[in-house]
Write a protein that binds this ligand. Structure first.
Ligand code: PLP
Length: 278
């Protein structure tokens, strides 16, 4: 059983509810952020809260909680749960609206905690397949609750035995996965699409910072035609952490197995998270 914070109350997960008139239900209007703990400590909570604030600003949603208040609520909710390591989903919905479309001044805050579930081991040992999907992103920098393209592309990925779909824009540039960022390697250079085209992942940010000690990093556009020239690739996300990619569509990357540089980045990230404390 999980304890959630729903609009001012701590409740058991099966009792959590919000009114059906909330703008999130009526119009899909709301934002969220998602993170996990390492050693019981919320990973880069400040960065996730900054991103939540930016998401809200981008969609014109007025947050009523300060970052300090949000931090306190997250900590309090975590303390009421007993998982070894937790996933933390912070959702802010549009709340009630007079006319069903104009946001009011009382957004709803929810903090939902659950246990971290391990991803399949073979993703990390053998590497994973991803596919590409044509999607023109709407406000990629806002982590809005509308994940319709992601749900459609994920279904497409699954039908190809792929773990993720990477969005490609109308000019053929690779952007990011449905719930992850893409990093490619040519030689010792990490290449990843720039922040203004994607949701800037917190894992991506941490990974790039760690990798800069040993690798060159280029934040630049990456065209689909460049896939065949790549030596290695990997995905980053709070859930997948650093996951090697060995196939993109039908193209094999790096001989079809996780490359040595990707393995090194995975190691750097693991060391960092293992040592993560408040
Ligand atoms: N890009 C998108 C569209 C996402 O939804 C996510 C996470 O869900 C990410 C990237 C990765 O972000 P993070 O590393 O902060 O989990």
């Amino acid at each position: 059983m999980n304890i959630y914070y729903i609009d001012g109350q701590f409740v058991e997960d099966h009792q959590a509810k919000i009114p059906v008139e909330d703008l999130s239900v009526l119009r899909g209007y709301g934002v969220f952020d998602f993170l996990r703990t390492y050693n019981g400590v919320p990973f880069h909570l400040d960065d996730h809260l900054l991103r939540l604030q930016r998401s809200a600003r981008l969609i014109g949603l007025q947050l009523t909680h300060t970052p300090a208040a949000l931090t306190e609520i997250v900590r309090e909710t975590l303390a009421r749960n007993t998982h070894l390591e937790s996933n933390i989903r912070i959702v802010v919905t549009g709340g009630m609206s007079q006319d069903g479309i104009t946001p009011g001044d009382s957004p709803r805050l929810m903090v939902m905690i659950g246990p971290v579930k391990p991803m399949p081991e073979e993703w990390y040992t053998d590497g994973a397949k991803v596919i590409t999907c044509h999607v023109d992103r709407f406000m990629p920098g806002a982590k809005s609750i509308n994940y319709i393209p992601a749900i459609l592309c994920q279904a497409e990925a699954r039908s190809h035995q792929a773990i993720e779909a990477v969005y490609v824009d109308r000019d053929g540039y690779l952007l990011e996965g449905t719930t992850s960022n893409l990093v490619a390697l040519r030689g010792d250079t990490l290449i990843t699409p720039p922040c203004n085209r994607i949701l800037p992942g917190i894992t991506r940010q941490v990974v790039l910072q760690l990798a800069r000690q040993e690798f060159e990093v280029e934040e630049r556009q990456l065209h689909k035609d460049e896939i065949r020239l790549l030596d290695e690739a990997f995905l980053t996300s709070s859930v997948k952490e650093v996951a090697p990619v060995v196939t993109i569509d039908s193209m094999s990357i790096g001989g079809g197995e996780p490359g040595s540089r990707t393995l090194r980045v995975m190691e750097l990230f693991r060391e960092y998270t293992a040592a993560y404390r408040d």
